[in-house]
Design a protein around this ligand. Sequence first.
Ligand SMILES: Cc1cc2nc3c(=O)[nH]c(=O)nc-3n(C[C@H](O)[C@H](O)[C@H](O)COP(=O)(O)OP(=O)(O)OC[C@H]3O[C@@H](n4cnc5c(N)ncnc54)[C@H](O)[C@@H]3O)c2cc1C
Length: 433
Amino acid sequence: MNGSIYWLDGAPSPQPALGETLSADAVIVGGGFTGLATAIHLKRLQPEMEVVLLDAAAAGGGSSGRNLGLTPTPIGNRIIETLAGHGRETTAALHRAGLHGIELIERLCADYDIDCDFNAAGSILIATDPGEGELLQRQARAYAEIGAEAHLLDAGETARRFGAVETVAGLHLPCNRDLHPGKLVLGMKRAALALGVRIFDNSPCLEILAGDTVTVRTDKGEVRTAALALATGGYRGPVASLNRKIRQTYSYVIASEPLSNRQWDALAWPNRENIYSTHTQFWCLRTGRDGRLFMVDATNAHCPFDQNRDASNVPATYAKMSAFFHRRFPRLADLEFKRGWGGKIALTMDGLPSIGRLEALGNVHFAEGYSGRGVLMSQVAGQTMAERILGRELSFPDNPLLDRHRRDFPPNIAAWLGINLTFAKLRRQRRNA
Ligand SMILES: Cc1cc2nc3c(=O)[nH]c(=O)nc-3n(C[C@H](O)[C@H](O)[C@H](O)COP(=O)(O)OP(=O)(O)OC[C@H]3O[C@@H](n4cnc5c(N)ncnc54)[C@H](O)[C@@H]3O)c2cc1C
């Protein structure tokens, strides 16, 4: 297994790099879901606007083209903890923010003819012992408290929907989706170009000079602009104060060959919901339209000491993940996983992202720290940054992620130790579960 990303098979060649000095009404740094959504919303709202997007590599090739394509709200699988820590109103608003993200993707795909294999079957969390079953009951009560749909399934119904392992209960979350992240992000890149956004790939922003006019410098050119949006995801971007709020960790996906009919029968999975284990460091399975399986096992998440080291291709990890799958699903012992890849996750101290502005630098906006749950919130962040740049009323104003106070990570060694000790503790908890 190598690091070639299944979702990006057939991706077009990069756009030419910036090699001159330009002026633009708005510049976006970073061309993942966040940056492309910002660009698209700007052009929809103000078509005559000159919008430039700079990407250090190729727009679409960052985490947005590498993830598992699930659509958790910012709450993720931590509904009980979020309710306890933030209260009912904020938790409900975080959930609504996620649902707004789903609407944005649906509208985007309809308006720009993007087929991203949207699958609306929902998620099922599966419990394999009574303790996990009790946890699902508490989660169901927590979803009810915020008015969100979640249906407890008994052992029989869980087995009817996913019969590949012995389960005692399940929790169906119908609002969840899965999609083909490559088709979505590359479709967004196509749409942005068609709207007239000037995209420059291989154009890393190295420096930002503040003022009434903001100057964005790359290695070979610069753009002067009245408004800037920073959308560099889990990468280390050009603003040190933003980098201190996130810590780069890595997560990995493995992809199988298309399953045979016999293998599908062995999984007994008629509706193809995405399947999560109940652990904080969960494993998760989903299908693709051409009959492949994709898996993330969060126990392999990894935080390197050296934040400049790219740890996105780790074949030993893919082999470990594949061995775990075969232990968990012995009836599919012959299923081969031939592709594996990884990407950056921007972890924050409290596990929640932020959308804000850097007023000291001028009309400069940012969104970062999705902590592994960025598919939906990046769309909301892109719409928000575009509306703010244009001084428009916000479409989703009651978003608890706006302009919130965030803590810096401690210095490198402390952050590295803290995160790795937490990961190790969660791994132990899962082993002992
Ligand atoms: C393996 C994996 C699985 C995941 N699974 C899920 C999932 O199932 N569901 C979910 O919701 N989330 C998931 N995530 C997280 C999700 O992919 C991200 O939160 C989301 O894609 C972030 O989008 P983004 O646009 O902010 O960043 P990115 O897509 O990473 O884009 C950032 C871009 O900025 C560019 N850049 C960086 N620095 C500079 C610079 N100085 N100058 C110019 N450009 C720069 C990069 O080249 C990159 O293209 C997963 C992530 C990984 C890695």
